[in-house]
Design a binder for this molecule. Sequence first.
Ligand code: CUA
Length: 354
Amino acid sequence: MQRTSEARAHLTGALWIMLSAVAAGASGIGHANAADAPVDAIPSTFAPVSAPAESIRSLSFLVIGISGGIFVVVTAVLFYCVWRFRARPGDDREPPQVYGSNQIEWSWTIVPILIVLVLFLATARTINELQASEVPPEALRVTIVGHQWWWEIRYPDLGVVTANELHLPASRDGARRPTYLHLESADVIHSFWIPQLSGKTDVVPNRRNLMWVEPHTTGTFLGQCAEYCGTQHAKMLLRAIVHEPGEFDAWVAAQKQPATVVGAVADGRAIFQSTACINCHTVEGTNANGRFGPDLTHLMSRTTIGSGAAPNTPENLRAWIASPDHFKPGALMPAMQLADTDLDKLTAWLLTLK
Ligand code: CUA
């Protein structure tokens, strides 16, 4: 009984999300205007904010239009036939049997071929438009590495490293700022997907996939790993923060600053440097240079922890270090087993990494 009502609640929830996504797409609502404005909570493919996502939406409208047309025609003919040729009382004649009509054979062969050909050509054109073959010189280059279960984000030309939150400049008339993403995996197959920016691209070990985005609307847009990659696949979340070009340059400049060292929290820094934290994390300017976990140099510039598992608040951060499993069961970060006072000091120091 319990299970049935739970399952029904899930189903209702899923239907609600699908309907709202369609509604949001149809009316084009739900856009944030600045990086710190409310997050666009429904990452609908029908509300694109980037060139590739717009091409995908146009193609889906064409496909929905053609299939919708076929649905309407077939259903109408079906209902007409059911009504027009219904059995009448006292009439038990056999209907005329039609064999070998060339007209019918040709029409139901040629028409579907034409429909498939139109769909094929339109799809091929969109794929060709979206497929990135080479990176134009003015493009921003970003390397994304999928890990179980978080995203490493590196800007090789800018010397910036971050995690789970991809910052991008918006393109403006006369000043295109496309971003080219090199996708790599550190372990298993993931899939990089921010629906309002572009389609999905698989992230495959020992392979480098290339995709591009060119957003024109600022705001925060949600994404998600779209290929089952283990226990915490569902919490391998992503967000893209699209800035005005000048704002983006300011973000880069802030990220290039070394981590702050504040006297009052030196104890926390010492604890960090003497525990296993440093094997997996990097903090510029300390002895920590691990790459198994996210770079923490500017940890507090991110709005979430655990790849979107929880908001990045002091309480959550402390609870996360005490037990990552609390937010993300199966997370590969071990609980650090620190004494409460040490945990407080460590958290206090991490809070200075702005
Ligand atoms: Cu990574 Cu699913």
